[in-house]
Design a protein around this ligand. Structure first.
Ligand code: KMT
Length: 194
């Protein structure tokens, strides 16, 4: 029975991965609560191919089994992700929650990739397209996302106000945000000359 359940859960995961579409859309510039979806009117969704063209990588993995997941092991080995830790973000879990959420939401880039595997909850990663327009990516449980080095982005919780994510990194982790503008930063120059 247990084997059967495990098998069904595995098949469900494969089907989900095959149909993997990351929910993403262009947003308005309203000053309303950042946790709202901020859709344009009418809504304008962004296909996953467009995200790939921007350099974003995405997988749907099995977060319930991430410690033993072979696909995750393969990605870590191939891309050199040697470090990992877990971050839990919610009003009652994160000290100085409102201030921290504001900081995550300030437009910035990093010198390295930002790799997040969502283990529970959900949140919005906003990234700039090549025309400098914001695309909102709704990252949910089982989504693994790589924001390339040098890409302007920001993060906010959504209305559920909870996310738990595995953070991965190549080597010793450096989380430093470099706030816009960063026109002279080598990672920024490399990103725009892709
Ligand atoms: C971080 O480093 O904690 C973040 O980038 C916030 C988003 S992680 C879901």
């Amino acid at each position: 029975m247990q084997d059967e359940e495990a098998c069904m859960s595995y098949i469900a995961h494969i089907l989900e991965a095959v149909n993997a579409q990351l929910d993403a859309w262009y947003i308005n510039d309203s000053e309303e609560d950042q946790r709202l979806p901020h859709h344009l009117e009418p809504k304008l969704y962004v296909p996953v191919q467009k995200l790939a063209e921007l350099g974003l990588a995405h997988w749907v993995l099995d977060s319930n089994n991430y410690e033993h997941d072979m696909e995750l092991r393969k990605i870590r080995a191939e891309r050199g992700y040697t470090y990992q830790d877990i971050v839990d973000i919610a009003p009652d879990l994160l000290p100085n929650y409102e201030a921290n959420l504001k900081n995550f939401y300030k437009e910035h880039m990093h010198a390295d990739e930002e790799i997040r595997f969502i283990l529970a909850g959900s949140g919005y990663f906003d990234v700039r397209d090549f025309d400098d327009r914001w695309i909102r990516i709704w990252a949910k449980k089982n989504d693994m996302l790589v924001v390339p080095a040098g890409m302007y982005h920001r993060f906010t919780l959504d209305e559920s106000e909870y996310i738990k994510a595995l953070r991965l990194f190549k080597g010793y982790p450096v989380w430093t945000p470099h706030y816009r503008p960063q026109d002279e930063h080598p990672s920024r120059i490399q990103q725009i000359t892709l």
